[in-house]
Write a protein that binds this ligand. Structure first.
Ligand SMILES: NC(=O)c1ccc[n+]([C@@H]2O[C@H](COP(=O)([O-])OP(=O)(O)OC[C@H]3O[C@@H](n4cnc5c(N)ncnc54)[C@H](OP(=O)(O)O)[C@@H]3O)[C@@H](O)[C@H]2O)c1
Length: 265
């Protein structure tokens, strides 16, 4: 997909990966609607990107509010004259023993990481299909292929997002509308709490820079890749877990015990 003049709806735009993506998309001449809850951060980002000349709109919205979400999509279509590229980047995580999770937080994780991308895609697909072109990009995680202890609710939501992406891609085959599923490993952003950073240091978990991740995502969009798994050996383990999960069980056992101390706080 050529990004010059492409009309993009980006969720989680003021976050670590979202901002790095917005920078690159604007540099390549895309027209943007930036979604998120933090009105000030979104407005500042939009003002900075607008210097490049092309349309950039900031649209504050809580994506967990169904009516606000629907209105934000309708408004985005109006502002851009249509949406060619939807990037589902907003996300929510949790790092704690599953029984300690608040019921509402589990609901929010699944709602934001899985249901919201599905419902945004559903609302935007008719326009893309009518034009015979478009792309939906879902930012998943390595934890969407390897269920990770202490990230149980988050892993479940990202497994769902991966399944949704695969099924939708197959359903849309031949329509001109593509789907790209992206699975980054850990990334250095505000997404991760200090407990996650301390745990990552203890177990020597690799953490990538958001700029590097964004560059890879933009390249995947430009080439129309169906998926993008980032980081070695994580991308190998993600594949292996599908074939021989018991091998991964064994490999993670010691690490899980090290992680437990941090997850319990
Ligand atoms: N960082 C990592 O280690 C990592 C690794 C693998 C995958 N990922 C995935 O990458 C994506 C981006 O992560 P990130 O690291 O950039 O995280 P981040 O910096 O925390 O950004 C997440 C964004 O989601 C938005 N958001 C949260 N709740 C929202 C809501 N109810 N309504 C609207 N927007 C909401 C936040 O915007 P507001 O605060 O303005 O609402 C924030 O900008 C996520 O899907 C995450 O699962 C991250």
């Amino acid at each position: 997909m050529k990004l010059q003049g492409t009309r993009v709806l980006l969720t989680g735009a003021a976050g670590g990966i979202g901002t790095a993506l917005a920078n690159r998309l604007a540099q390549r001449g895309a027209h943007l609607v930036l979604l998120g809850r933090d009105e000030k951060a979104l407005a500042a980002l939009a003002a900075r990107l607008r210097v490049a000349g092309q349309p950039v709109h900031a649209l504050p919205v809580d994506l967990l509010d169904p009516l606000a979400r629907q209105l934000a999509v309708a408004h985005s279509i109006e502002l851009l004259g249509g949406v060619d590229l939807l990037i589902n980047c907003a996300g929510l995580s949790s790092f704690r023993p599953f029984p300690d999770e608040a019921e509402q937080h589990i609901e929010h994780i699944v709602q934001l990481n899985l249901l919201t991308p599905m419902l945004l895609a559903r609302q935007l697909l008719p326009g893309m299909l009518a034009r015979g072109q478009g792309r939906i990009v879902n930012i998943g995680s390595t934890f969407g292929s390897i269920g990770f202890a202490w990230f149980t609710a988050y892993s479940a939501s990202k497994f769902g997002l991966r399944g949704f992406s695969e099924a939708l891609r197959r359903e849309l085959d031949g329509t001109g509308v593509g789907v790209t599923y992206v699975a980054p490993r850990a990334v250095k952003t505000g997404f991760n709490t200090s407990a996650v950073y301390r745990m990552a240091e203890e177990v020597k978990m690799h953490m990538d820079a958001p700029d590097w991740v964004a560059e890879k995502i933009v390249a995947a969009i430009e080439t129309g890749a169906k998926d993008l798994y980032l980081g070695f050996p994580e991308k190998l383990f993600a594949r292996l877990n599908g074939f021989i999960p018991r091998f991964i069980d064994g490999g993670l056992r010691r690490q899980n015990r090290l992680m437990e101390r941090f997850a319990r706080g």
